[in-house]
Every structure is written in structure tokens, then in C-alpha cells.
Design a protein around this ligand. Structure first.
Ligand code: ATP
Ligand code: MG
Length: 409
């Protein structure tokens, strides 16, 4: 019979890979908790409208990449990212009444219908942070610090932080007008996506990955507009404050004026962290400030900033970690005594297995050496004296001890 395979763009995370995933998850808990952030888990599907309004209907994510389906005449979507869900929950649970800042972190699977390639899947995982209620640049600095320190805790180096300010809706409007004017003569030469973006979301033109478009945007008269300091005084002060904090904290960054980020709701600070050790999909973290999103989704006016990281990309940078062996394996001709001893150890939190098929003693010992660190030998002699022979399977040292005195170091 034909076998059923895993779906294109999705992957099993196998037991051999689990140590790396547990490591990423434990470090996230440790590092984000150390900043006072609390974990939140929101549903994997939400009303489609949440993403249309929350991510923005001019984005690729909403236009091309959503897994949308109908149930009971409701349009539902598998979450393509978690910020919209966290904001929905923040509003629904009245979290604006908590004392600011409200710091939340999450981890879990996201779904985007994209062209699968190295570093790009249709089901992938993100770990992320959202900080609500602080408009000052201190929150921007803290969020970037959380991202950088998390990556450090994973042992990842050779990363670069890219930073930009998109200004506020007011100063951005002037910039958009100037940008459109200087790009207009080339409109027919742009890719179809850029032609659509030109009217709907001109900032996203800068994000285009098509070589022909990139060459056009590299023209001196267009670069002059892109590189200009268009942001207003308040936005510039905010950005300068952030840079001062980062400088004082010794966090290196580069300003990248082309950094506009994929989502519609960002204002002021946007940032990305890239690895120099990944191929073309080299962004491990993307984030930014989204001061109008809570209000746009029907909540109280609440400034916010956050980031998301791609866990598969982090995992590929971390490399492999060895699987933990089971601590002990009971070797015995007496199945009942074997299971009793195994249960005694498990109840003390020590992992323990025994041979479920009652094979010969030598076979059991062979199996023990493959999967465990210690063999606990329960032969006739041991059983009659209520003792156990503990054999270290790495050094072959062994000694016989009272059953209640088993020590596995
Ligand atoms: P890209 O430009 O690579 O498409 P993005 O702007 O769509 O990224 P975000 O929505 O900001 O990405 O997501 C944050 C992070 O999640 C990315 O930096 C990346 O590490 C990871 N990520 C995004 N999409 C995918 C995917 N399809 N497969 C694996 N990881 C992804
Ligand atoms: Mg994308």
C-alpha cells in the first residue's frame, strides 16, 4: 500500500532533535522570565478577520500565505504569526488594567503557505515577546536586549542587529509621497507585486527581493530619498534615545534604511537580527513597535513592542545536542521484580527501563549498554539478599548494594 508522507513544507521534529528544542524552550523561559515576562498560549486558529485587521491586508502573509477554512459559516485561519492573537487576548482579558508594562512571551507553531526551501517551511515555530504599555524608548531597548540575551544564552554568536525607524503615520506620509514621486518613472519596470505595493503600501517596495526591482531602488535619485532623514523631531528623539541606551549597554547595531518589515502595523522602531551562518534565509529575529494595533483591534490605546524568532533557524544554528540516555536499565530473569524496581526508581524521578520481552540475561545486558547509563542487575543472589548489583555501563565498574541504597551519579 502507498505510504502517506509528511506534507510539503512541514517536518517531524524527531526524538533525536528534541534535546535542541527542549534547550531552546528552557532558555526562553529562563531568559524572558528574568525580565519579568510571563508565558501566554493562544489558540492555533482564530477568526480570519483578526489577521486581516491585525497583520494588514496589504501584506504577503494575509494576501497569499494564510491557511483559511470555513466551519459553521465562520471563516477561520491557522495563525501565521502570534502577535495578533496575543493582542486579541490582551484586549479580551482586560490586561490594559494591569500595571504597565505587561510583558508576555510565547512559543508555538505558525502556518504560512509559502514556497518551501531551506529555512522556510509552511508549518514552522516561533518564540516571541510582546511588551505592552510603554511608549518610551526604554521599552524598545529592553525588548532588543531580551532578544540579544536569548540568542547569547543559546550560545549563538556572529549575529548582527539591524535597526531602523519608520517614523509615525504623519512623518511617514511625507516620505511615502516623495518615494512614490521618485519611483513613478520606473513603475512599468517593477515586478507585479511592487506595482500593487506602489499604491497600497509603498514602504514595502523597499522590501522587494526581486533583483530587477532592487537595481531600480539602488538608483542614486531613489537612494537619496531612501537615505534621507525623513522622520519628525519626536520620532528622531525616540530613535536617538534608543541608540543611546544600546550604546550604553554595548549592543552593536547597524542602521538599515531598507528595513521596513513585512507587517503593516509597525511604527517607529523596527529591527532584525541576522546570522552570518545561514544561507539566504538569514533572519532569525524580526520585531518592532506597533503603537496603534491594540486600538485598531478595538482595545484601549496602548503602545507596544515585540519580536518573533524562527525556531527552526535557531535550531539549525545550534546544531545537534546528544540525546540523554535513560539512567537505568533493570536486568533480571524475574519480570515482576524488574518492573517493581523500575517503578521504585521512576517514583524517585530516575528514568528507568527493563526488558519487556524477558530475553536472556546477556541480551538484556546488551540492550542496557545501548540505551542506559547503568544496569541494575537483579539475579537470584541479589533477590534472595534484597540487594542490587549496580553496573556503570561506561566504566564497567560495579558494586552490589542494598536495594534502598542505590546511588546513580
Ligand atoms: P522573511 O522575510 O524571511 O519571510 P518575515 O518578515 O516573513 O521573514 P516574520 O514574520 O518577522 O518574518 O517572522 C519572524 C521570524 O520567523 C523570521 O525572522 C524567521 O526567522 C521566522 N520565519 C518566518 N517565516 C518563516 C518560515 N516560513 N519558515 C521558517 N521560519 C520562518
Ligand atoms: Mg515572510
Amino acid at each position: 500500500m502507498a505510504i502517506i508522507k509528511v506534507q510539503k513544507g512541514t517536518k517531524d521534529i524527531l526524538p533525536s532533535e528534541m534535546p535542541v528544542w527542549h534547550f531552546m524552550e528552557e532558555k526562553a523561559n529562563q531568559v524572558f522570565s528574568s525580565y519579568g515576562a510571563k508565558e501566554i498560549r493562544t489558540p492555533i486558529f482564530e477568526a480570519t478577520e483578526l489577521f486581516a485587521r491585525g497583520v494588514g491586508d496589504t501584506t504577503d502573509i494575509v494576501n497569499k500565505e494564510m491557511y483559511t477554512f470555513e466551519k459553521s459559516e465562520r471563516s477561520l485561519t491557522l495563525r501565521p504569526e502570534n502577535t495578533a492573537g496575543v493582542v486579541r487576548s490582551f484586549i479580551e482579558n482586560g490586561m490594559h488594567r494591569l500595571s504597565a508594562p505587561v510583558k508576555l512571551w510565547y512559543k508555538g507553531p505558525m502556518f504560512r503557505y509559502e514556497r518551501p526551501q531551506a529555512g522556510r517551511q509552511r508549518q514552522f515555530h516561533q518564540v516571541g515577546v510582546e511588551v505592552f504599555g510603554i511608549k518610551q524608548a526604554t521599552a524598545d531597548a529592553e525588548v532588543i536586549l531580551m532578544a540579544v540575551n536569548y540568542l547569547k544564552a543559546l550560545g549563538l554568536n556572529d549575529l548582527s542587529v539591524e535597526l531602523n525607524s519608520l517614523g509615525c503615520p504623519e512623518c511617514r506620509e511625507t516620505f511615502k509621497t516623495k518615494l512614490k514621486a521618485v519611483i513613478k518613472p520606473y513603475l512599468n519596470e517593477l515586478c507585479p507585486d511592487c506595482q500593487a505595493r506602489y499604491e497600497k503600501n509603498p514602504l514595502r517596495l523597499l522590501d522587494c527581493k526581486v533583483e530587477e526591482c532592487k537595481a531600480i531602488y539602488a538608483k542614486p535619485e531613489i537612494q537619496a530619498v531612501i537615505q534621507s532623514d525623513f522622520i519628525c523631531e519626536d520620532c528622531a528623539n525616540h530613535f536617538n534615545e534608543l541608540k543611546e541606551y544600546l550604546d550604553a549597554l554595548g549592543i552593536k547595531y547597524e542602521i538599515n534604511k531598507l528595513l521596513v518589515r513585512g507587517l503593516d502595523y509597525y511604527n517607529r522602531t523596527v529591527f532584525e537580527i541576522k546570522s552570518n551562518n545561514l544561507g539566504s534565509q538569514n533572519a532569525v529575529c524580526g520585531g518592532g513597535r506597533y503603537d496603534s494595533l491594540v486600538r485598531n483591534l478595538g482595545g484601549e490605546d496602548t503602545p507596544a513592542i515585540g519580536f518573533a524568532m524562527g525556531m527552526e533557524r535557531l535550531a539549525s544554528l545550534i546544531g545537534s545536542k546528544t540525546e540523554e540516555k535513560t539512567k537505568a536499565f533493570v536486568v533480571s530473569g524475574n519480570m515482576i521484580e524488574a518492573v517493581k524496581l523500575a517503578e521504585e526508581l521512576r517514583s524517585k524521578g530516575i528514568s528507568c527501563e527493563f526488558d519487556l520481552t524477558n530475553k536472556k540475561f546477556v541480551k538484556q545486558l546488551e540492550k542496557a549498554s545501548k540505551v542506559a547509563k547503568y544496569a541494575l542487575i537483579l539475579g537470584e543472589d541479589e533477590l534472595s539478599t534484597n540487594q542490587v548489583t549496580v553496573k556503570n555501563l561506561e566504566t564497567s565498574e560495579q558494586k552490589t548494594v542494598k536495594r534502598e541504597n542505590i546511588e546513580l551519579i
